[in-house]
Design a protein around this ligand. Structure first.
Ligand code: BES
Ligand code: ZN
Length: 662
């Protein structure tokens, strides 16, 4: 995708030309919609939406306790957003209007405080008045942007903000047809954690929930989609309307547009992707409906109507993003053998943990991600069996131990608490494996202490008690003590405070023991301790992706050139189209300066922009002076193709490595 002149085209073909978009064909059909379960309920207007789906007041304790937002939802909260936006691909700008419906919580409040960053505010109007209303903008903060203050008299109900985004809007990536490997350009957003404010003026805190509707205009022929009810085919005029009848926090606002096709997978599931990928993706994700059914059986109904997956161009900076009704996913999970679909289970799980019950601030991020990893593994256990889920848990434990060791080594021990303290910092700093995996292991420790049955009853109740609300860690602890631990003496074995308000891994951390991985360990040891150069005795062909990954991760740091060559030849590692295996292998390539592997590294870094792969590989490169030079040269070429989220991380990493080397 990115213009990488010297990247090996064979390797790029294997991994990413499947992402090529076909010719752009304008279609004259009116916007059709995919059928949704609960369609009738969804047809109701937003005003009479199910009681249950309407935002409930956020507890006062954290109503204005979000250090990353200027909003004061304890005074005035936004309860509905209407967007009218035109996408100008030439200027790389979204232009239009955000109309915000106010929910007055403090009758004496007379100013609406909004978050914006890199927005050009054209004018503000109140209700039906045609004249401009006064407003002020604070000086910009590089991360938080500029607070927008709008005086609002006691009767004002709607604030209209006319504005335009800038090409550098950090949430948005505007891809040229060449970058999108398509005849059409492509646009997508990534709002989490605090980037919604770079494309919509809003109360950009997860403590506020709003319904929304939108009119979006894109060049005819392109299909536009959002985290809302979606069309399944392009309109003749490129105008689309959207409705999101359930109240969501701003970080779940999402938009994409490009030469997209829709393919149905089941009654309430489907895939949006480029024409060359869509069929393959629908095959890859065919287990989605079964995953939804299993999750519903465990934790109650799926409350969002449809669950569709949008496969993005390879520069999408995350593995997946749980945008409601339309999960955004990286194409790097298209392994052609369904081996990386735990990511779909993960994003689906967010429909309960995160989208339904939401962290109140980014300090409580583990409430989103730890719960989601727990659900993800329960879903995978239900769909693929216990041994499969245990492999995932063991890989998670490896990640967690490595992250805790790194944070400790960097003097960042505070970041190994579950409850974070991110005031004055980028919320991104808290998005580590601690939230995901330490969070998971706390829930697993509780499950093991009280028994699965009781634990599931509590968890299902938790989703009901806090549905469509945001909660903080203290509220979670109260709920846990009241509804689970009160009459379960066995649970005292789990020191909740040590897990949440303390560093590292507490002594009662559950043991993970995958029997399959024990066999992998044995096979690896046999090979390493033998005289054999080639790993011919290793039963690679019998192994799943996860066993292969465990094998690669467990190899020693130093591997001689002959054995590197033998590994590469026997298991075709440099050419593998499985992104997880490719990533694990490339760490060995760099560590061992294995020259024949560099074209593969280059093709990989130039072929996708998923931060989880890009950043660790650059980090590995900068460990040596020669590697630093290589990193700088590669990054100079590939940076323009990366999304701002990935750019931000790698910019910082290379700046600090370059400074250290001087
Ligand atoms: N919500 C996250 C992605 C995210 C987190 C974006 C924080 C911005 C800030 C998403 O659900 C996620 O966790 N994605 C993971 C995949 C998952 C299987 C662990 C990813 O992108 O790697
Ligand atoms: Zn997640």
């Amino acid at each position: 995708m990115f213009t990488a002149p010297s990247a090996s085209s064979a390797i790029r073909a294997a991994l990413f030309t499947l992402l090529t978009f076909g010719a752009l064909t304008a279609c004259t059909a009116p916007a059709e919609r995919a059928p949704g379960v609960g369609e009738a309920a969804d047809e109701a207007s937003i005003d009479d939406a199910d009681e249950d789906t309407v935002a409930r007041a956020t507890p006062a304790a954290y109503a204005h306790g979000d250090p990353h937002s200027a909003a004061r939802p304890d005074q005035i909260a936004i309860r509905h957003l209407t967007l009218d936006l035109t996408a100008d691909f030439d200027a790389q700008v979204l232009r239009g209007r955000a109309s915000l419906t106010l929910d007055r919580r403090d009758p004496s409040a007379d100013v609406l405080h909004l978050d914006t960053r890199d927005l050009d505010i054209v004018r503000v109007r109140l209700d039906d008045a045609s004249d401009d209303a006064p407003y002020t903008l604070d000086p910009p903060d590089p991360r938080l942007g500029r607070a927008l203050h709008v005086p609002v008299g006691p009767d004002v109900e709607i604030v209209h903000v006319d504005y335009a985004t800038r090409p550098e809007a950090a949430a948005l990536q505007w891809l040229t047809p060449a970058q999108a490997d398509s005849e059409a350009p492509f646009l997508f957003s990534q709002s989490q954690a605090i980037l919604a404010r770079t494309w919509v003026p809003c109360q950009d805190t997860p403590a506020v929930r709003m319904t929304y509707d939108a009119t979006v205009r894109v060049p005819p022929g392109l299909l536009a989609v959002m985290s809302a009810e979606n069309p399944v085919a392009p309109t003749a005029d490129g105008v689309y309307t959207f409705r999101m009848p359930q109240a969501i926090p701003s970080y779940l606002l999402a938009i994409a547009a490009g030469d997209l096709r829709f393919q149905s997978m089941g009654a309430r599931t489907g895939v949006y992707a480029g024409p060359k990928v869509v069929e393959m993706a629908a095959w890859e994700f065919a287990e989605t409906e079964a995953m939804i059914e299993q999750t519903e059986a465990l934790y109650g109904p799926y409350r969002w109507g449809r669950f569709d997956v949008l496969v993005l161009p390879p520069s999408f900076p995350f593995g997946g993003m749980e945008n409601p009704r339309l999960t955004f996913a990286t194409p790097t999970i298209l392994a052609r053998d369904r081996s990386l679909v735990a990511l779909i289970a993960h994003e689906l799980a967010h429909s309960w943990s995160g989208n339904l019950v939401t962290n109140a601030t980014w300090d409580d991020f583990w409430l989103n991600e730890g719960f989601t990893v727990y659900l993800e593994r329960r879903i995978m256990e239900a769909v693929k069996g216990g041994p499969y889920a245990e492999m995932l848990a063991q890989l998670g434990m490896q990640d967690l131990r490595a992250t805790v060791a790194d944070l400790d080594a960097d003097g960042q021990r505070r970041d190994t608490w579950l409850h974070l303290n991110l005031a004055g910092r980028d919320p991104d700093d808290g998005m580590t494996d601690v939230a995901y995996e330490k969070g998971y292991f706390l829930l697993r420790a509780l499950e093991e202490a009280v028994g699965r049955e009781r634990f599931d009853v509590w968890l299902q109740g938790y989703f009901d008690r806090y549905a469509f609300q945001s909660l903080d860690t203290a509220t979670f602890v109260d709920d846990l003590r009241t509804h689970l631990l009160a009459d379960t003496p066995a649970a005292e074995a789990v020191d909740i405070d040590a897990w949440i308000y303390g560093p590292g891994l507490p002594p009662q951390t559950p043991r993970v023991a995958s029997a399959a991985f024990a066999q992998v360990d044995a096979a690896r040891t046999r090979w390493l301790e033998s005289e054999a150069i080639a790993p011919t005795g290793v039963p690679w062909d019998d192994w799943s992706t996860h066993e292969r990954l465990h094998f690669l991760r467990g190899l020693p740091d130093a591997i001689d050139a002959a054995r590197m060559a033998a590994l590469d030849a026997t298991f075709t590692l440099s050419d593998t189209g499985n992104s997880e295996l490719r990533h694990a292998w490339l760490h060995h390539v760099i560590r061992n300066d294995y020259a024949p592997g560099y074209p593969s590294l280059e093709a990989f870094l130039g072929g996708m922009g998923r931060r989880k792969f890009v950043a660790p590989l650059f980090e590995r490169l900068v460990e040596t002076p020669a590697g630093l030079a290589r990193a700088q040269a590669l990054y100079a070429r590939f940076r323009p193709g990366y999304h701002a989220v990935t750019q931000g991380t790698v910019d910082a990493l290379l700046a600090s490595a370059s400074a250290d080397s001087e």
